[in-house]
Design a protein around this ligand. Sequence first.
Ligand code: APR
Length: 171
Amino acid sequence: MKKNVHDKIEILRGDITKLAVDAIVNAANTTLLGGGGVDGAIHRAAGPELLAECCTLGGCQPGEAKMTRGYRLPARFIIHTVGPVWRGGNQHEPLILGNCYSNSLNLAVEKEIKTIAFPAIGCGAYGYPADQAARIAFKTTRDFLAMHNQIQRVIFVIWDERVYKAYQQML
Ligand code: APR
């Protein structure tokens, strides 16, 4: 039975490192060498082999996406993407954030990934307003799923109560 786009998207409250999906997405920085927030949580849970593989990737530009294995995570793979630092909204932040989702989803299709989980990219240290980020996350993902039926499930895993409320408005 063909699921429609809306049936493929869900929102969960919690810790993305616990999800046993094909891939979880990391809100990284351009060095890909770890950091705080969800980046720190993923590196802690995946273990030191993740950093070793990240060192071979040569960094990542904002809006781009690169994939590693998941190592000690329940997820098989990690797709690392770099959100825009929020500077008021006139420095192409919406475009870059949309690219984080579309490039991560394109890479997932390329690697035959069927289930993928995203954190609220940009909504922590990078200061992206949660309501605007949620709108971009949903619109980009819905548009992508309408064109690509290989992806079976997209889960937005939201840690922060304030951000969770913003994402729930999008359902
Ligand atoms: N699971 C899911 N979401 C989480 C988790 C977790 N375990 N830990 C934190 N988050 C949430 C935060 O609450 C926030 O809503 O992820 C969202 C994104 O926040 P950040 O992790 O700060 O990411 P971002 O705003 O994109 O900033 C990226 O922070 O950690 C550094 O190296 C990273 O420099 C980069 C910057």
